[in-house]
Design a protein around this ligand. Structure first.
Ligand SMILES: NC(=O)c1ccc[n+]([C@@H]2O[C@H](COP(=O)([O-])OP(=O)(O)OC[C@H]3O[C@@H](n4cnc5c(N)ncnc54)[C@H](O)[C@@H]3O)[C@@H](O)[C@H]2O)c1
Length: 327
């Protein structure tokens, strides 16, 4: 059996973690022949919650779960890890301005970036889920010079899946029949659902849905506002679907696709083929090589609509970067 994989989960007593941890422990990420060690990190005041989650994981007797470490010291929790799911983040409180939220989270991700720099394996892959995930990931990599910026990702897989599901519903088809649908930009209300390069049953999606008014209007809005819709319906933010997407996102990063299909992820924008500012975490279509590395998928033609929306998302991310760097 291959050496056990050490997986760090921050915000480990939160609602996404409560779904994610049990799916990781059941072998959903690597399959049944790979042992894992879970490193659970949360704030000191959440120590009781960490103990409770550990007990529940133990009682589940997952055969591939070799050990569970819980901790409230980030550097110790990150010791020797191969992968990280960074879920922990400060939520937006009542009356809190966006710049205050960015400021609070930047403190967290400066400290955690430094911790990863010292303690994680040099080839560790880091997926940031906690919002604002793009800028949190950027701060994290800024503070981890021992790791390559290409090892950091922000999760836009949930947005991609939401879009695929909405298109499939419209077409009365299956989401897996849609390919090449990409989220560009920021994981925010300005995320860009690129339907223009999507394919349905091996043909351009636009042949099946020629109504661009619907695609640019109600469809995009649905993807952009799905999170708020879930909060309104459930009284809480999406959690199980976020955990599901986090596993899909990490699997897409870890394993190569024989057909080299691209997927969306927030990645460091250096040398991107789309002319986007080269020092952001921006969501692009990427293709993974199965060894922890990835390359951009380049779409040759961008429609004026797509270029305009990509520029709006870029501007927002530049503003976020300027705000946290001025703190
Ligand atoms: N990228 C996406 O698509 C996506 C989707 C859904 C949720 N999210 C984000 O994921 C994050 C987690 O969501 P949740 O529903 O589990 O939230 P939650 O409020 O249930 O849990 C958050 C956890 O983070 C912890 N935390 C707070 N500050 C921390 C810090 N400094 N260090 C470590 N942990 C800290 C809390 O103690 C708590 O355990 C949120 O920021 C949410 O907005 C992102």
């Amino acid at each position: 059996m291959a050496a056990s994989k050490k997986i760090l989960v921050t915000g480990a007593t939160g609602q996404i973690a409560y779904s994610l941890l049990f799916r990781l422990a059941s072998g959903e990420l690597f399959g049944a022949s790979q042992e894992i060690d879970l490193h659970l990190y949360d704030l000191p005041e959440m120590e009781g919650g960490l103990k409770g989650v550990k007990m529940e994981l133990e009682d589940s007797c997952f055969p591939e779960l070799r050990s569970i470490i819980i901790g409230t010291d980030f550097e110790k929790a990150a010791e020797g890890i191969d992968l990280a799911f960074m879920l922990g983040a400060k939520p937006r409180g009542a009356g809190m301005e966006r710049k205050d939220l960015l400021g609070e989270n930047s403190k967290i991700f400066v400290q955690q970036g430094k911790g990863l720099n010292k303690a994680a394996k040099k080839e560790a892959l880091i997926l940031v889920v906690g919002n604002p995930c793009n800028t949190n990931a950027l701060i994290c990599l800024d503070n981890a010079p021992n790791l390559s910026p290409k090892q950091f990702f922000a999760m836009t897989m949930l947005d991609q899946l939401r879009g695929e599901c909405a298109l499939a519903e419209h077409l009365k088809a299956r989401p897996q029949d849609i390919e090449g649908f990409t989220i560009f930009g920021n994981h925010s209300n300005n995320l860009v659902p690129d339907y223009t390069h999507a394919r349905f049953m091996q043909k351009s999606l636009l042949e099946a849905i020629p109504d661009e008014k619907w695609l640019q209007g109600p469809f995009c809005e649905k993807v952009q506002k799905r999170g708020a819709e879930i909060i309104a319906a459930r009284g809480k933010s999406s959690a199980a679907s976020a955990a599901s997407a986090a596993i899909r996102q990490m699997r897409s990063i870890l394993f190569s696709d024989p057909q080299e299909r691209s997927f969306s992820a927030g990645v460091f924008s250096e040398k991107n083929p789309y002319g986007i500012d080269p020092a952001l975490i921006y969501s692009f279509p990427i293709i993974a090589d199965g060894n922890g590395r990835w390359r951009y998928k380049k779409f040759d033609r961008l429609s004026p609509w797509l270029s305009e929306k990509m520029a709006i998302s870029e501007k927002e991310l530049i503003e976020e970067r300027n705000l946290v760097r001025s703190k």
